[in-house]
Design a protein around this ligand. Sequence first.
Ligand code: SF4
Length: 756
Amino acid sequence: MSSDAEATGRTENTDRTGKADRIRELMATEGDAVAENTRGFNEGRYESTGRLDDYEALKSEARDIKEDAIARLPELIERVTETVEANGGTVYLADDAADANRYVTELAAEERDADRLIKSKSMTSEEIEVNEALEAEGVEVVETDLGEWVLQLADEAPSHIVAPAIHKSREAIAELFAERFDPDDPPETAEELTMFARERLGELVEDADVGMTGANFIAADSGTMLLVTSEGNARKTVTATDTHVAVAGVEKLVPTVEDFAPFVELIGRSGTGQDVTSYISTLTPPVDSPVPDFERDADPLADGSGDDRDFHLVLIDNGRLAMREDEELKETLYCIRCSACSNACGNFQSVGGHAFGGETYSGGIATGWEAGIEGLDVAAEFNDLCTGCSRCVPACPVEIDIPWINTVVRDRVNRGDVDPGQTDWLFEELVPDEEPAGLDLSTRLVGNYETLAKWGSRTAPVANRLANVGPLRAVAERVAGIDRRRELPGFASEPLVDWFEARGGAAVSPADATREAVLYPDTATNYADVDRGKAAVRALEALGVHVRIPDLPGSGRPPLSQGMVSTAKAAAEDAYGGLAPHVDAGRDVVVIEPSDLAMFRSEYEKFLPERSAARLADASYDVMEYVFGLLENGGDPAGLRAPAAGTGPVASGTRIAYHPHCQARTIGVGEHATAVMERLGYDVRVSDTECCGMAGSFGYKTDYYELSMDVGEPLREQFGETDRTVVAAGTSCTEQLDALLGSAPMHPIELIAPRE
Ligand code: SF4
């Protein structure tokens, strides 16, 4: 290794240690509070959206409105300028944060000579750091949202886009109030703390000169704003003073007031799990309610008049109009900042937004916001924390493909981060990827898992013995960031494709078959977990299927997970090229590894012509989904293994603990295994943990090993003491459950397949 490379290696090691230390610290200090609150929000979301008959239709409606609004954004900016000005207000389009802050500070400090500005919660105002700008001009800023006020007192940044102080426990807030105010009778309960804050904030509001809000939505046709809050403080902020400044990103514009409707239904349910958020305010500023005179204790509104109210709408660009021109980042602008993607995310639940976030925004979609507003460097700091598990996708009320945005940004970061001095010519010769030289070695290694697996299989069992030898693991950890605490999976010396050919191919002839299927030899099944492939062949043949296992390339999932988009695209084209003749011939494509099926059903639409992607998606099935379909269509279950026929671990009974794969849940195939097992007589308990925490290669990385285990902890709690036989479908889940429980689960197809 050259001295340059050695230096790079040391820097990477130092970075890794620092990142792992930070994550460990946040898991210890903030993780419990974040986990408890976000999981509570998720339960509320499931219950609340479950009561909606038209949830999916509402999401599509919301999506259509945002797509239309962003497409027409320049026109909507012009329109809202006309309507607000006709209403008596002023509109200012700020190019960036400095421009917005200059306008606001001139207004508050110079024109209004304000001593105090009160604010209701606004992430956009956090983004431009308007508090600091105002305070530099001598204007005191008071946050009136309880969570924001707590953070202002603690001098901390928000850790969640809707519940900014989600990381603070009640005890921590009580301690903070006691320290800051030294009250005679320190508040302790949630109610006491809220009342304490309310009294102090009430006094501060009475002496304010200017009120600042954000806006959840603004109707261009009327200048009407929709404000959604939990505490009603936005209403006080708007009405308590004669000057109202609303600071909002340009993406908040929608064409009409009618367009608010689906968002009112969705925003509270998606974020905090409430059917309707506590306060939904629609106002067309300047509002005409009288300006209160708080000197008149008895009746502050007695002589008030709304005639002199002043309103300023500051629309912020700050990178958004450029994002609108960026085909990949544009989708970020559809975000309504509900926080569902944060709450749904296993990693976020463990560390919160102080690790999983950038300068302002946190959670899965933060990568898009921070890349567009701050730049790739900021996005790169936390982008790795999105594992692509896809649990956020069905939770997003505007159907944003959040993992794809993270993948695209990772690809850009990879390409911007290449180290031209890195000596990886040897690796370049060995791996057939499409990436530039100098790519981070860990990224390149994992992204080329298919090549590694081929070599591992060819050289097994020697490769398997060497893979877990201490000194080699130490090198792998230092050079490639593969954590030595993880046991590396072994490779099979006879791949599934070779085994199938050696046995003479299909046991059921096409003439006798009920269906013809191609069993896709995904990389993990073909080179490592061959037994589940063999079990799939036995099960399908027991149901009268003519099975083929052609030698096909990998799906591109490993490079995609590393942000190696060009390599993943090339793999997708190759895999489709191999599968297309079978699809043309009317054969079904049966897939064992859920993350590969998710590629065929979801991600390939990004890589293949629309018709090709749709054909493959329609022809592809999860192996348990396929068995379910065969049984539903008259297949005889007698050939499958019912519990009474089992011996060995399965003989212990009918009782099964099943963990479905996260991506299988997202694409709607997680439940078929349960249905099949129950039909055969098994008593199945399904895990309520949505993500095991392993997420492909994520859990192998030194930076994230402990986080991965923490995310998996609820699964260990649920299945750790079980006397049930544990089954799981995904390779990652299998490895994580092995680490968590001390024994590897089997795939459900291995449970139900007839014995060899
Ligand atoms: S990306 Fe979707 S789920 Fe996440 S905050 Fe935005 S709207 Fe909500």
